[in-house]
Design a protein around this ligand. Structure first.
Ligand code: MN
Ligand code: FE
Length: 351
């Protein structure tokens, strides 16, 4: 029976009590997808709880100073280009991630606690897309220009076509994960989105905007990016746990040949990202230039390779050490304490 629908056809006479050990990340036949408890994958539940603690909305961030700065003419054409191309990548990138989650990944994950996190993540991707709509509206940017860059700017189109092909690969309604080859296709998708899109492509985008924020420029957008960065670091960590979990449960899929394909895929992605950096920073601004991004993207790619059990490849040094501090700061629960606390206490609804 189709594993996603298995329980729909289960009748009372065939019901047996769930054994938590029978839970599986993919291809679970023995347990239905509606029984969250008892939880087997505590990491998934932890990521879910952490995501819920971080709830925020872009419209809570005041944009008045950004609007004044953007209109004041303090930014050079090169600086405007970085900002615009950055927004142009994220504006549709967040939707690509959300669509892949809902249309491609969700269906094939047969575990309720992992699905619980996927539902949370899907909502966060909607919030992130909302952020770019809100930024465009606040700064009176041309929405068609920003939201159409993924078709019009070659380096953005290249990255997006690369990940969209991974979605298309498993969108086929007949796709299943019951063969080794298809488990590898599914892992390709997960690595493409969680490790490459959210784990590599997004991080160079964060550096661009947060470097303005460090100079006290575009601080509203910078604050929104800090929130997004905090969410994305959980998305990536969840994705890596999921990838490593599927590897552990399906060791026959993690062949030497497949590992070489993954390394090649990450290498291709690094190439796309370098082209994007050149498109965003043809002349360099603000202590940012394409050469620094070359080192950064490779540094990040090495970290991600290690997390999925592959050897480092590039051995560059982090040219933006302040990013590690920003990421560490974002992990601290009290970083955005005021808002987090407001959400915790907002359960007292008045009707
Ligand atoms: Mn996102
Ligand atoms: Fe994400």
């Amino acid at each position: 029976m189709n594993p996603q629908l298995q329980n729909a056809a289960t009748t009372a006479s065939t019901v047996s009590r769930m054994n938590v050990d029978d839970k599986r990340l993919i291809n679970c036949q023995a347990v239905d997808v509606n029984q969250l408890c008892p939880i087997k994958y505590h990491w998934a539940w932890e990521h879910y709880l952490n995501g819920c603690m971080n709830h925020w909305m872009p419209t809570e961030v005041p944009m008045q100073r950004d609007i004044e700065q953007w209109r004041s003419g303090v930014f050079t054409d090169d600086e405007r280009l970085v900002v615009m191309r950055n927004l142009g990548f994220f504006a549709t990138g967040e939707s690509l991630v959300g669509n892949n989650l809902v249309l491609a990944i969700f269906r094939h994950v047969t575990n309720p606690e992992v699905r619980q996190y996927l539902l949370r993540q899907a909502f966060e991707e909607a919030i992130h897309t909302h952020t770019f709509q809100y930024i465009c509206e606040s700064l009176s940017l041309d929405q068609r220009e920003v939201f159409n860059m993924y078709r019009e700017v070659d380096s953005i189109a290249g990255k997006d076509e690369f990940v969209m092909s991974l979605t298309a690969d498993i969108l086929d309604p007949d796709f299943h994960t019951r063969s080794v080859q298809n488990i590898q296709r599914f892992l390709h998708n997960l690595i493409g989105f969680y490790v490459i899109m959210e784990g590599i492509f997004f991080y160079s985008g964060f550096v661009m905007i947060l470097s303005f924020h460090r100079r006290n420029q575009l601080t509203g957008i910078g604050e929104q990016f800090q929130y997004i960065l905090r969410d994305e670091s959980i998305h990536m960590n969840f994705g890596i746990d999921l990838i490593n979990g599927i590897k552990a449960e399906n060791p026959s899929a993690w062949t030497d040949q497949f590992q070489r394909e993954v390394i090649e895929m990450i290498d291709t992605a690094v190439g796309f990202e370098l082209q994007y950096a050149q498109d965003c920073l043809p002349n360099g601004v603000l202590g940012l230039n394409a050469e620094l991004f070359d080192a950064y993207v490779k540094y990040i790619a090495d970290r991600r390779l290690e997390r999925i059990g592959l050897p480092r490849r590039y051995h560059t040094r982090n040219p933006f050490p302040w990013m590690s501090e920003t990421i560490d700061l974002a992990k601290e629960k009290n970083f955005f304490e005021t808002r987090v606390t407001e959400y915790r206490s907002s359960s007292a609804l008045q009707w």
